[in-house]
Design a protein around this ligand. Structure first.
Ligand code: PLP
Length: 369
């Protein structure tokens, strides 16, 4: 039996909720949307939650809501999923990367200030694999230079930083609900913010630029169809009622891996800051520095051959072909990110993983090492 890299945790309750939406005839703009939004907003402790059709759409709307456009620079991390930086490109602004901390693998907050120019407009810190970066420093630097901050918390629903929920720490945050995330709606995302005007703009732009109360063919501004269907929101609502159980299951799997690998000197983990309570997105190991990127590729291929799902999370964003072409990035530009990214492996991680699965994955990995 193969062990998948990821997989959703879907019960009869989600299936029943979908069936009930289908029977209701209200498949979009129905009652499940505000229900899901209220559930996430309440959980994160924010005033506004706006459901959108993906985490990427949520990031895009926030970039627009903050008025970021051509000629502006936005500071972010190169060690992330591509969407956290693509949203900057959607509006023709320029991504400015700051290298990561070699231990936490998050943006190195101490290096942000030297990347700020007169064109810098915003910061997009990312909660890499669920861990919130040094937000205290990030928010202090942002306030000093009057910059806006969008938290890409797409991997961190349920994480906390100094007791405060990920996503609620800055001007606005975004969660993602692709099936490998903590909770899923198939595809989906949620913008969270305490800022009334950001919320209003995002609500309008997700719905073709209609303002609240406007008729179907009235459009106040340029908008998109970034709505999330009632079918998706029904799944998300049920997932939110189960979130404690879901996160506990993920925590259990992470602890099993940590235990089994605690004496394995050839492998290290992301260093977890005591400021952050982790909600686990994926479980990522890093091979020690004497392994090359080619070794890592061989290990991933061999694990897959043996039915063990795994992946090279993350590939540096600045080295993607179109970033190199458009911005002239090259290997060596962000050496810490590149050194880490060349050696990481995401191991199978989802709620159905058993202790025997973990033992099998670890044993196979050790043979290959
Ligand atoms: C998953 C993810 C997103 C959003 O992804 P979608 O597939 O668009 O929902 C954004 N940023 C990061 C860091 C992610 O992991």
């Amino acid at each position: 039996m193969p062990i998948e890299l990821s997989g959703p945790d879907i019960t009869q309750a989600e299936i029943d909720a979908v069936a009930s939406v289908l029977r209701s005839g209200r498949m979009s703009l129905g009652p499940m949307v505000p229900k899901f939004e209220e559930a996430v907003g309440h959980y994160v402790g924010v005033k506004h939650a706006i459901a959108v059709c993906s985490g990427t759409c949520g990031l895009h709307l926030l970039i627009r809501a903050l008025g970021v456009g051509a000629g502006d620079e936005v500071i972010s991390t190169p060690f992330s999923f591509i969407a956290s930086s693509n949203c900057i490109l959607f509006e023709n602004a320029t991504p400015v990367f700051v290298d990561i901390d070699p231990d936490t693998w998050n943006i190195d907050a101490a290096k942000i200030e030297s990347a700020i120019t007169s064109r810098t407009k915003a910061l997009i810190p990312v909660d890499a694999f669920g861990q919130v970066p040094d937000m205290e420093t990030i928010l202090r630097v942002a306030a000093k230079h009057k910059l806006r901050v969008i938290e890409d918390s797409c991997e961190a629903l349920g994480s906390k930083y100094k007791g405060k929920p990920a996503g609620s720490l800055a001007d606005a945050g975004v969660f993602g609900f692709y099936p490998n995330k903590q909770i899923t709606t198939g595809e989906g995302g949620m913008i969270v913010t305490n800022d009334d005007s950001i919320a209003e703009l995002c609500r309008s732009m997700r719905n073709q630029g209609r303002d609240t109360g406007m008729s179907w063919l009235s459009h106040e501004r340029l908008g998109y169809n970034y709505r999330l269907s009632d079918v998706a929101c029904a799944i998300g609502y049920v997932q939110m009622t189960r979130i404690k159980e879901i996160l506990a299951k993920r925590d259990r799997v992470a602890r099993l891996y940590q235990e089994r690998l605690s004496n394995e000197k050839r492998v290290t983990f992301q260093k977890f800051s005591p400021d952050c309570d982790m909600s686990w997105f994926v479980f990522v190991i890093k091979l020690s520095d004497n392994y090359t990127e080619t070794d890592r590729g061989n290990i991933i291929a061999a694990l897959r051959e043996r039915g063990i799902g795994c992946s090279n999370y993350f590939a540096p964003i600045h080295l993607q072909a179109f970033y190199r072409r458009q911005f002239g990035f090259k290997p060596g530009d962000f050496p810490v990110c590149e050194r880490v990214a060349a050696r990481t492996i995401a191991l199978p991680f989802h709620n159905a993983i058993t202790e025997a699965d973990v033992d099998h994955v670890v044993k196979t990995l050790q043979e290959l090492l």
